[in-house]
Design a protein around this ligand. Structure first.
Ligand code: HEC
Ligand code: HEC
Length: 388
């Protein structure tokens, strides 16, 4: 070194080289990490990528473009799902500050690994109070054609529904005004609202739109069922990737004598079209009837999607069944006869009808229901907790 620096020329060459190397290194860092010059404001708080995940167009298999499924989509014209809108929705969904004491987020009761439902029969709110009904799995909510939400369908749209838990006295205990002023003070929310909606205004309409976009993005299309379905011409064809038991279970699902499961859990997304009474014993909860004041709706409940059903016991609006076996025993042997029972469960001469499954048929049906588990979705980063 000593000899090297004795020449002034050598020293200049070294200095110029060092400057050039450092410029190159800093440019590379910028290019590879950040699209913009500076890291985004959420960079150290949130696992939200600079280029957003694709929520808009996840590449659904072609059978999702059937008339029935396209028709069932409840996305309103003024709130299409965008990548940044759903990204903002994801952050809000996992943010405990939406509750009054910063302890509960939407995800507390709608957990990704359990199909966005809860393992508890009733869920705990911010002050340890319990919800009146079992938490609902949110997957494929987008395809409930009437666009009504909750077990009793009391919300007329998803945009209306998502603001209710925030204000619920048991669940999150907030007012919309206080949520908005809380969000305004968190440095990255104005930026995320700008990405989603074009400017940094934070209001209840945008809050509702972003949460709804995230919920609508929860579409399951990568289960074993979906793989089989995309390779087959129809639902009823034997699926090449299914075991014989799973294929038999699929057949029972679509027909067992005059009865079907698919008559209510319809289409390839397994969701209902109407509230119904599925023969549960009538107890305290009068369901949709209490909201609509129509006696025909008494003791009926929203028919949920069965996607990811195996990972999210307990089942039904009251969490009455702890396992799929219990659900199948109900449909097979215990459908209660009462005035509110859905006509699907009656014989032409008005008797209440049961599926009357053998032990083998019960096993087959459960094996089929397990093919509806979408492991990829239950782990997908774009749906998980972004808080670092
Ligand atoms: C304390 C638990 C809890 C929290 C927190 C909570 N939910 Fe729920 N969620 C429930 C329960 C319980 C139901 C069913 C209630 C009913 O039908 O009466 C439900 C129902 C829903 C439904 C209706 C699904 C359908 O198919 O009709 C949606 C959507 C939903 N929640 C989204 C959210 C969002 C978004 C948040 C956060 C802003 C949230 N929830 C916070 C427990 C919770
Ligand atoms: C007449 C319509 C109808 C038929 C037929 C029907 N279901 Fe249901 N299913 C419902 C309704 C409505 C609910 C919600 C009821 C409640 O919560 O009280 C439900 C709930 C379920 C649940 C629990 C979902 C959850 O999120 O907790 C499972 C599992 C289920 N059904 C499977 C089946 C299977 C398997 C069959 C065929 C053996 C079947 N259903 C036939 C209407 C029906």
């Amino acid at each position: 070194m000593k000899h090297f620096f004795t020449s002034r020329k050598n020293f200049t060459v070294l200095a110029i080289t060092l400057v050039m190397v450092s410029i190159t290194v800093s440019n590379c860092k910028k290019d590879s990490q950040f699209i913009e010059d500076e890291p985004p404001s959420w960079y150290f708080d949130l696992a939200v990528p600079v280029i957003p995940y694709n929520y808009e167009n996840p590449g659904l298999p072609s059978f999702f473009y059937s008339r029935q499924i396209v028709f069932a989509d409840n996305t309103p014209a003024d709130n299409p799902t965008t990548n940044w809108g759903a990204t903002l929705g994801r952050v809000l969904f996992y943010d405990k500050r939406l509750s009054i004491n910063n302890t509960i987020s939407c995800s507390s009761c709608h957990q990704q690994e359990f199909g966005f439902s809860d393992t508890a029969r009733l869920s705990k709110g911010f002050n340890h109070g319990l919800t009146g009904r079992h938490s609902m799995g949110l997957v494929n909510a987008k395809y409930y054609s009437s666009g009504k939400f909750f077990w009793d369908e009391r919300a007329s749209s998803l945009e209306d529904q998502v603001l209710q838990p925030i204000q619920d006295a048991i669940e999150m205990g907030m007012t919309i005004d206080s949520v908005i002023s809380k969000l305004q003070k968190i440095d990255y929310y104005p930026d995320l609202f700008t990405k989603a909606f074009g400017d940094n205004q934070i209001d209840s309409v945008r809050l509702s739109k972003a949460l709804s976009q995230f919920v609508r993005s929860l579409v399951s299309y990568q289960s074993k069922f979906d793989v089989g379905r995309s390779r087959a011409d129809s639902f009823t064809q034997q699926f090449a990737n299914f075991t014989p038991s799973e294929n038999r279970g699929k057949t029972i699902f679509t027909s067992k004598g005059t009865l079907t499961c698919s008559g209510c859990h319809i289409t390839d997304v397994f969701i209902g079209d109407n509230p119904r009474n599925n023969g549960m014993n009538i107890a305290v909860d009068s369901g949709v009837g209490a909201v609509s004041n129509n006696p025909m709706d008494l003791f009926t409940f929203k028919t949920p999607s069965l996607k990811n059903i195996a990972v999210r016991p307990p089942y039904m609006h009251n969490g009455a069944f702890g396992s799929l076996e219990a659900v199948i025993n109900h449909y097979s042997d215990s459908i209660a006869d009462h005035a509110f029972l859905d006509p699907h469960f009656r014989t032409p001469n008005g008797q209440n009808n049961q599926f009357n499954l053998t032990a083998q048929e019960k096993t087959d049906l459960i094996n089929f229901l397990k093919t509806l588990t979408d492991e990829k979705m239950l782990k997908d980063k774009k749906f998980n907790d972004p808080f670092l």
